[in-house]
Design a binder for this molecule. Structure first.
Ligand SMILES: C[S@@+](CC[C@H](N)C(=O)[O-])C[C@H]1O[C@@H](n2cnc3c(N)ncnc32)[C@H](O)[C@@H]1O
Length: 312
């Protein structure tokens, strides 16, 4: 970010002091140094998607088995960040929540239990099926679902804004991130807020992809754009968001090396025996004992970014 003191000037050949930007040099900085963060996001995402055999969104989560696996691991792998998110959202009974990329109901289910009315927008049929089945099992009647991609649904036509809370938790895969964020802001009520959750650095699974993709698929993995882009896109929109960095916590644990292979193989498009052996070798060498199971070592950080609705 560029603040007021953007530049430095040499004084007496020794000391560097900050100087205010003049209009002319300010333009220069804009042309030369300030990235168009919207474009940075778009390009990084395009590069990420150009990774051969990379799976995401409806391609990955449309598969009911993958959705079931994600749902089954919520209590173990995601408990901490879900509790943190629910505290952030702090809903009251009757509040209306728009949950963008709800997955199997990670947030929608506990929010509905807390008395909120939740609209879940989710493109993957597998995830939606998990969410609907869980809601039915529990008799939760205040969750509405809409199958679609944020960026393609028309909030005014397809939804019923305004919402007290708009949340997108680890679902920010929209190429036109500026429009996507503007639409989230527009969907919030006058006293409402928008909450984003996204990676600040490479999560453990992405580090695994970076280490193995070339060996598995003959080309490198390109990581996703991170939270720095989101903050800066918002800033350029005049939305000065609050940002909190948190440890991801709750590393995925596996009973055996083979369980880890089974977990990651479909996500990493691993099909052949040779590819499975690459994964197996890596896990044999790298999985570490943790909480009575085996886990990838290391920690990662996620960003909780939120703002009160901005009138544009
Ligand atoms: C990693 S899961 C996260 C699920 C849940 N929000 C959570 O916090 O656990 C990402 C979800 O976002 C959905 N998704 C991806 N792109 C999306 C988009 N453009 N609009 C809405 N949902 C999207 C995926 O289908 C997937 O279910």
């Amino acid at each position: 970010m560029v603040g007021v003191f953007w530049g430095r000037r040499m004084l007496a050949g020794r000391v560097w002091i900050p100087t205010y930007a003049s209009e002319a040099t300010d333009c220069l900085m804009k042309d030369l140094l300030i990235p168009d963060w919207d474009e940075v996001w778009r390009r990084k995402l395009a590069l990420n998607r150009s990774t051969p055999a990379f799976r995401e969104g409806a391609d990955l989560w449309g598969d009911r088995e993958q959705a079931r696996r994600y749902a089954a691991r919520l209590a173990s792998d995601h408990a901490r960040r879900v509790a943190e998110t629910l505290r952030d959202l702090s809903v009251a009974p009757g509040d209306r929540v728009l949950d963008i990329g709800s997955g199997p109901g990670t947030l929608a289910l506990p929010l509905a239990r807390a008395g909120a009315s939740v609209t879940a927008v989710e493109p993957a049929e597998g995830m939606l099926a998990e969410l609907r089945a869980a809601a039915e099992r529990e008799g939760l009647t205040t969750i509405t679902t809409l199958r679609g991609l944020w960026g393609e649904v028309d909030p005014v036509r397809d939804l019923a804004p305004p919402y007290d809370r708009v949340v997108a938790s680890f679902s920010l895969t929209m190429p036109d991130i500026r429009s996507a964020l503007a639409a989230m802001n527009a969907a919030a009520s006058e006293s409402g807020s928008v909450h984003l959750y996204w990676f600040a650095d490479e999560p453990l699974w992405e580090r695994l992809y970076l280490a193995l993709w070339e060996d598995l698929h003959g080309a490198p993995y390109h990581p996703r754009p991170k939270a720095d882009c989101l903050f800066n896109v918002l800033y350029a929109m005049g939305i000065y968001a609050n940002v909190l960095m948190r440890p991801m916590g709750d590393a995925a644990t596996f009973a055996t090396v083979e369980d880890a292979v089974d977990h990651f193989a479909p996500r990493m498009s691993v099909k052949s025996p040779r590819q499975r052996e690459v994964l197996r070798d890596y896990f044999r060498e790298h999985l570490a004992r943790q909480d009575g199971g085996l886990a990838l070592p290391g920690t990662s950080t996620y960003a909780a970014i939120w703002w009160r609705k901005r009138r544009c």
